[in-house]
Design a protein around this ligand. Structure first.
Ligand code: MN
Length: 246
């Protein structure tokens, strides 16, 4: 099972969650929200062979944390994964739109210069602006749109641009999210939870609850659970084909 976007460092007991992930054999992309969080979050996962820690600068925090960009650049050689990055067009973050764009473009340019990374992208209420940057920085790496909630038209554009998608129980719970997921080619889908930010029935999702997304995909694709599980693992392997270790 795979959780390709969660925030391990933000759970009340990260070490406990990590132990459980290891015990269950989960593949995890642990994303961070600030460059300063990366080292400690990376250390938390220790030598867990199936947990990778992405270097991030969350678009909702860039106005407070853009001074950490030099640290981002310094740490980038240490990580094959970048996230959470992107743009957020919600009213609360709109005042910082220009800073968000400057930071996002800087990160994409830096990733391009570094030979590309696997990038987990936030695009809430900003999908077309995010896709404009995906198109403008094709060498930044492989883009994985996390919890995509844009229009069907933007989704089709993202597919044409070669994007991948990580989809979780919260996205798959609603009709509109399921309709979007149904349009995505199966070979570009991974599961995620976005825990502990994402909640289901009032409780923060735990990484192994990516399980619920597998159930949803099984119904949506009319495939047995085991087949969906195998398909997702094959997707992950294909995504990582061109990566060296860390
Ligand atoms: Mn997130």
């Amino acid at each position: 099972m795979i959780d390709f976007h969660c925030h391990l460092d933000l759970y009340p007991d990260p070490a406990g969650v990590i132990n459980d992930c290891r015990r269950r054999g989960l593949y995890v992309l642990s994303v961070t929200t600030t460059p300063t969080a990366w080292k400690a979050t990376s250390a938390l996962a220790g030598q867990a062979p199936r947990i990778r820690t992405a270097l991030g600068l969350h678009p909702q925090l860039v106005h407070e944390r853009s001074s950490e960009l030099p640290l981002f650049d310094e740490l980038l050689p240490l990580s094959n994964y970048v996230g959470e990055i992107g743009l957020d067009g919600a009213p609360k973050f709109r005042p910082h739109w220009h800073t968000q764009i400057a930071v996002f473009e800087h990160i994409l340019a830096t990733c391009s210069a570094a030979g590309g990374r696997i990038l987990s992208l936030h695009s809430r209420r900003a999908s077309s602006a995010v896709l404009d940057r995906v198109r403008a920085f094709p060498n930044a790496g492989t883009f994985v749109l996390h919890w995509f909630s844009g229009s069907a038209r933007d989704l089709d554009r993202a597919i044409k641009l070669g994007c991948w998608f990580s989809v979780g129980p919260t996205m798959l719970k609603g009709e509109s999210g399921r309709a979007l997921v149904a349009r995505i080619p199966r070979e570009r889908v991974l599961t995620e939870t976005d825990g502990p930010f994402a909640q289901l029935d009032g409780a923060a999702l735990l990484p192994w609850q990516a399980d619920l997304a597998i159930n949803n995909l099984s119904v949506l694709w009319s495939l047995p659970r085991e087949t969906v599980d195998q398909l997702l693992l094959a997707n992950l392997r294909r995504l990582l084909t061109n990566l060296d270790s860390p």
